[in-house]
Design a binder for this molecule. Structure first.
Ligand code: ADP
Ligand code: DP6
Ligand code: CO
Length: 377
């Protein structure tokens, strides 16, 4: 989503001065959404290029609720590239993933500058200041690297006026954080692992747009908003190096699940969607446990929510699944369910876990009805 017009800012003293004293800054702000995988990416075959060991598939959530908002300024007066994340400056000198995104987008800008008939501002040579905010917990297993790096690449593309396609931007975002390639698209998105060594065919493809299945909704249960102990990047490298179960998953499980999941989405078949989603989340966490030393992302509350959803599904008179949980690399649950069941699920969660603050931006519960403690959004 392109939230701002492109601006040129001139800072100048009041007294007449030569234009050489003016400071030139170009600033652009964009937001990008979170995506939560229903078939998990976990494992790289090439860590430098971020090439995965298996295909994955995710659902992009509405960025009206969860998003990264990134503002980038470029100026010849800046000394070096800098990042402020959630109001605090981060040292990015050794952050390869961000530099991949800077390098790739600057190379495209340079091509544009070199091929343009009229002279263009040499933005490809200007250092940038990046200021990004996530309106949800960072590094807590709610895909902040996905929305964050997608926002970075999308904002750079706007800053540089790149005519680049969304698919090509997804290939660049992949080199920032694997899951970020899927956040360039809305709706249901596959990341095709590709087979080439240079990663040219490892990119995101939209399976169906966000309008395809309007009844499907997600409930985010924040169990712990602290930064996780093991980052996704580090965790999956250890898994690749030590887990025999991962090899079974890559070879014997994911290819069939990808086929079945795509069909379930196209058919809006919640039964198949829900069963594969829960099984794949469980297998991903089993693979974490099979890593040596093991990685624990789930906590007691996460496991209690898993049990609760299975008990809730067991109450269904016709045996049909009513909800599906999934967990990324963290303890926080995402529950996918048809909209008609959401009210019941929210009541269930807030009854079993009293004290939860419920943010209700879509006014699920009319005035007067108290659920957990209703918060204004
Ligand atoms: P998550 O489960 O939240 O995706 P990861 O371990 O995959 O956690 O990645 C978290 C890291 O992603 C952060 O420590 C930070 O380096 C990066 N990140 C998160 N949000 C942003 C953002 N908005 N802009 C730039 N980088 C970000
Ligand atoms: C469990 O994309 O965060 O969320 O590529 O190293 O940045 P890097 O890892 P990241 O891993 C995401 C793992 C996951 C599953 C998924 O989103 O598919
Ligand atoms: Co991540």
């Amino acid at each position: 989503k392109f939230t701002d017009r492109v601006l040129w800012l001139f800072s100048t003293p009041l007294a007449p001065t030569s234009s050489a004293n003016a400071i030139m800054v170009k600033v652009v702000t964009c937001t990008a959404p979170v995506n939560i995988a229903v078939i998990k990416y976990w494992g790289k075959r090439n860590a430098a290029l971020i090439l995965p060991t298996n295909d994955s598939l995710s659902v992009t959530l509405s960025q009206d609720i969860l998003h990264s908002k990134t503002t980038i300024a470029a100026s010849p007066d800046f000394s070096h590239d800098r990042l402020w994340l959630n109001g605090k400056e981060e040292d990015i000198t050794k952050n390869k993933r961000m530099h991949n995104c800077f390098r790739e987008t600057r190379a495209l800008r340079k091509q544009l500058e070199d091929s343009s008939a009229e002279p263009l501002e040499p933005l490809s040579t200007y250092p940038v200041h990046v200021c990004s905010e996530n309106n949800f917990p960072t590094a807590a297993g709610l895909a902040s690297s996905a929305s964050g790096l997608a926002a970075l690449v999308f904002t750079l593309a706007r800053l540089f006026d790149l005519p680049t396609s969304t698919s090509d931007l997804s290939r660049i975002a992949r080199q920032g954080s694997g899951s970020a390639c899927r956040s360039l698209f809305g709706g249901f998105v596959a990341w095709e692992m590709g087979s080439r060594d240079d990663g040219a065919d490892s990119l995101a493809v939209q399976v169906a747009p966000e309008t395809h299945w309007p009844e499907l909704q997600a409930l985010i249960c924040v169990v712990d908003d602290a930064k996780k102990g093991t980052s996704s990047t580090e965790g999956m490298q250890n898994t690749v190096a030590t887990s025999p179960l991962l090899q079974h998953r890559i070879r014997d499980v994911v290819p069939e699940r990808m086929r079945d999941m795509k069909k379930a989405i196209l058919d809006r078949d919640f039964q198949t969607f829900a069963e594969i989603t829960m099984r794949d989340s469980n297998q991903f966490h089993a693979v974490c446990l099979d890593t040596f030393p093991p990685i624990f992302y789930l906590n007691d509350v996460s496991r209690a929510i898993i049990r609760l959803i299975h008990e809730y599904n067991a109450t269904s008179p016709d045996g049909r699944l009513k909800a599906a949980y999934t967990y990324d690399a963290g303890p926080n649950a995402v529950i996918y369910a048809p909209k008609q069941n959401m009210k019941e699920i929210i009541h269930l969660i807030t009854r079993y876990f009293p004290g939860a603050d419920f943010v209700d931006p879509y006014n699920f519960f009319p005035e007067g009805e108290v659920v957990g403690s209703n918060l204004p959004h």
